[in-house]
Ligand binder design. Structure first.
Ligand code: NAD
Ligand code: ADE
Length: 375
């Protein structure tokens, strides 16, 4: 078998956690039930590159159950869960070489969608991805990461959230729920207004840096926390990123200008500044929820990954419908993803009456809102 994992003996532990996660991923189980027999991905070779977590393992096994030949690699140096990688390697899924004959790809992240120049499906902007994974997922996994790393009491602390998009909204709400006093920074006047109307102070990083104890970047942009900000932060300020890659925080500046650094434990580094004050940098400026914790919970990843499976089926079985460019999944499929998760939450959906359907000019079976509706 061809694979590269840290410790293959962890496969049995990984398998137990995969089984637990399956019960929390009803969308993926629905895909297996609906398409397991017809195997629409038969003949497709799918090379995936995403955090190798337990949730990703359930995605990989769903793609395999639908007939695909899957190979996988991780996309982040800190996010691999060794028992998940071992369990998947033990089933014979290898790590990939570049393969000929790829028909297209499906992209999950907000920043990633800016870089697509080939036929692709933008999974990020499915409502059941960005309005759930980015928002509710980060609402739970941000604080999980900060707490596992530092055990800090958040109540009463001042926290800065840079960016008030889907991720920033979830992070700000979670920090506020713990009693942190949240300051938001934004470049977009609409998002800034949303933050103000939600009750947050909106300020610049220059204003906030000397006052804040916890920093979280969520912008998908670069150079959000820079040298001049590090220099004025209070003692033991916690600095973390849940947005994009390790460029949101200028880690290079910190490394070059700090007097010294002590590694407290994996992914927690305490830098001493020239002033003698300290800064706690989490996950070396990479994604704190995956570097210091285990990422989003299974249930919300089921939303994202059901979209991924649907995107792969669409690209493989209906490839001629996708000319060069970036495509969205149709609204009906977004609704199907949501529908697949309702039962587990014991949600009772109302059905349009024939009269209501005629009155609104919407079929009883949907789609219910226009594709551009923002939720
Ligand atoms: P978004 O576009 O909805 O939000 C980003 C916000 O940042 C926007 O409102 C934008 O105006 C603001 N912004 C940009 N530059 C800024 C600056 N210099 N200062 C202040 N604000 C600025 O995107 P999103 O869906 O919230 O995703 C944000 C990032 O999080 C992306 O990189 C995405 O890939 C990533 N993401 C991470 C996870 C995770 O699990 N860690 C999950 C989902 C998304
Ligand atoms: N992104 C955020 N959380 C994740 C998880 N648990 N698995 C894979 N990718 C993720």
């Amino acid at each position: 078998m061809v694979y590269k994992v840290a410790d293959i003996s962890l496969a049995a532990f990984g398998r137990k956690e995969i089984e637990l996660a399956e019960n929390e991923m009803p969308g993926l189980m629905y895909m297996r039930e609906k398409y397991g027999a017809s195997k629409p991905l038969k003949g497709a070779r799918i090379a995936g590159c995403l955090h190798m977590t337990i949730q990703t393992a359930v995605l990989i096994e769903t793609l395999s159950a639908l007939g695909a030949e899957v190979s996988w690699s991780s996309c982040n140096i800190f996010s691999t869960q060794d028992h998940a990688a071992a369990a998947i390697a033990a089933t014979g899924v290898p790590y990939p070489q570049y393969l000929a004959g790829i028909r297209g790809l499906s992209e999950e992240t907000t920043t990633g969608v800016h870089h697509l120049y080939r036929p692709a499906i933008n999974v990020n902007d499915s409502v059941t991805k960005s309005k759930f994974d980015n928002y509710y997922g980060c609402r739970e996994s941000l604080v999980d990461g900060i707490k596992r790393a530092t055990d800090v009491m958040l109540a009463g602390k001042v926290a800065v959230v840079a960016g008030f998009g889907d991720v920033g909204k979830g992070c700000a709400q979670s920090l506020a729920a713990y009693g942190a006093r949240v300051i938001v920074t934004e470049i977009d006047p609409i998002n800034a207004l949303q933050a103000a109307m939600a009750g947050y102070e909106v300020a610049t990083m220059e204003d906030a840096a000397p006052r804040a104890n916890v920093f979280v970047t969520t912008t998908g942009n670069r150079d959000i926390i820079r040298g001049e900000h590090f220099l004025v932060m209070p003692e033991d300020a916690i600095v973390s990123n849940i947005g994009h890659f390790d460029v949101e925080i200028d880690v290079a500046w910190l490394k070059a200008n700090a007097k010294s650094v002590v590694n407290i434990k994996p992914q927690v580094d305490r830098y001493t500044m020239p002033s003698g004050r300290h800064i706690l940098l989490l996950a070396e400026g990479r994604l704190v929820n995956l570097g210091c914790a285990t990422g989003h919970p299974s249930f919300v990843m089921s939303f994202s990954f059901t979209n991924q499976v649907l995107a792969q089926i669409a690209l493989w079985t209906n490839n001629s419908a996708f000319p060069l460019g970036v495509h969205m999944l149709p609204k009906e499929l977004d609704e199907e993803v949501a529908r697949a998760h309702l039962k587990q939450l014991n949600v009772k959906l109302t059905t349009l009456s024939n009269e209501q359907s005629k009155y609104l000019d919407i079929p009883v079976s949907g789609p219910y809102k226009p594709a551009h509706y923002r939720y």
